[in-house]
Write a new protein. Structure first.
Length: 334
């Protein structure tokens, strides 16, 4: 987009904050400044061609480069500048804050009428652990091992029509237990942030910040490592539970994180979606390698299997197994 587009169409500019995170001393709130494409929320009965049109509109979003923003949180104010693709990152040290979700105010410095409010999570002191979950083929069917099939799945569906893996919602709610923070890390581009956040809400999955990637850039192998390492640094007293799938390299990535941050990873759950003998053999080697450190890597065929292990480890209550099993059976019946 031309640099002058923002001044030519000021009424069409929006500030899109992504969910942020923080602790008692510092908060981080990312986001993007874009031209407003006026994309409406998805509907349950939407036709496939309308889903596809909305998908294309999301991918071709027009950024507002080098926009200057003003951020306020708990009486502290700072100015930041977006980069050439419209991305910005606010970091503030507002002083001690109570736990929970909080709002930060954002506005364009030279167009104060363009405002937004971003949500920031500060985990409670009684959190027992933090959970980091992949999304594609971990929470929702995406077929990541087939790039074409994955593209078609995402392009022709929406937050209502894409279904989660059976029982995953109840399992995640049991892990969350109203206090343990959730974070989502995905290879999906930031362009899909809105439908992904909408999807998590519709499926009643725990609300949490998302860590996505810039569209058009080659995915660095350490994308997830960087994001999770930042969370480990932000919450040094919390052990972490990592959840992914065997479709690509989640097991290897999580193993690398465990090596870099010894004694910080409580357990790794990997959904088994690639049943090829070579892949299963590779993961069995990782399971043995991880076990030597005192951590556990669990290859789970479904959410109930992972939940049974989590209950045995004291991560969820045994009473949570019944609703997880009931939701799994209900999802299978639909």
């Amino acid at each position: 987009m031309a640099h002058g587009a923002r001044s030519e169409h000021p009424d069409k500019v929006v500030v899109l904050p992504y969910r942020g995170y923080g602790n008692r001393e510092r908060i981080v709130l990312p986001g993007r400044v874009l031209e407003d494409e006026r994309i409406r929320p998805a509907r349950a009965g939407e036709r496939r061609w309308r889903n596809f049109a909305a998908f294309l509109k999301l991918l071709e979003s027009d950024e507002v480069p080098y926009a200057r923003l003003r951020a306020r949180f708990d009486g502290v104010e700072t100015d930041v500048m977006a980069d050439r693709e419209g991305y910005f990152r606010v970091e503030l040290a507002p002083g001690p804050r109570r736990a929970g979700w909080h709002e930060a105010e954002l506005e364009l410095a030279d167009q104060p009428a363009v405002k937004a409010k971003g949500r920031v999570l500060i985990p409670p002191d009684d959190a027992r652990f933090a959970v980091v979950s992949d999304i594609d083929d971990t929470v929702v069917y995406s077929h990541v091992t087939s790039k074409l099939r994955m593209l078609l799945t995402v392009a022709f569906s929406n937050a209502h029509t894409r279904k989660p893996f059976e029982g995953v919602g109840a399992f995640y709610r049991a892990l969350h237990a109203g206090r343990n923070p959730f974070f989502y890390v995905s290879k999906s581009p930031w362009n899909l942030y809105v439908p992904l956040a909408e999807y998590l809400q519709l499926q009643r999955l725990p609300e949490g910040p998302l860590f996505l990637r810039n569209l058009g850039l080659r995915m660095p192998r350490d994308h997830k490592c960087v994001a999770i390492s930042a969370l480990l640094e932000a919450y040094p007293r919390l052990p972490f539970v990592l959840i992914g799938d065997s479709g690509e390299n989640d097991p290897e990535v999580y193993r690398d994180i465990m090596r870099r941050h010894p004694n910080r990873i409580r357990v790794i759950y990997i959904r088994s979606v690639n049943r090829r003998p070579k892949r299963l053999a590779a993961i069995q080697k990782l399971i043995a390698e991880v076990a030597k450190t005192g951590c556990q890597l669990v290859l789970a065929p479904d959410s109930e299997h992972a939940a049974v292990h989590a209950a045995a480890e004291g991560l969820i209550s045994a009473a949570a197994l019944r609703p997880i099993r009931a939701e799994k059976n209900r999802d299978l019946a639909e």
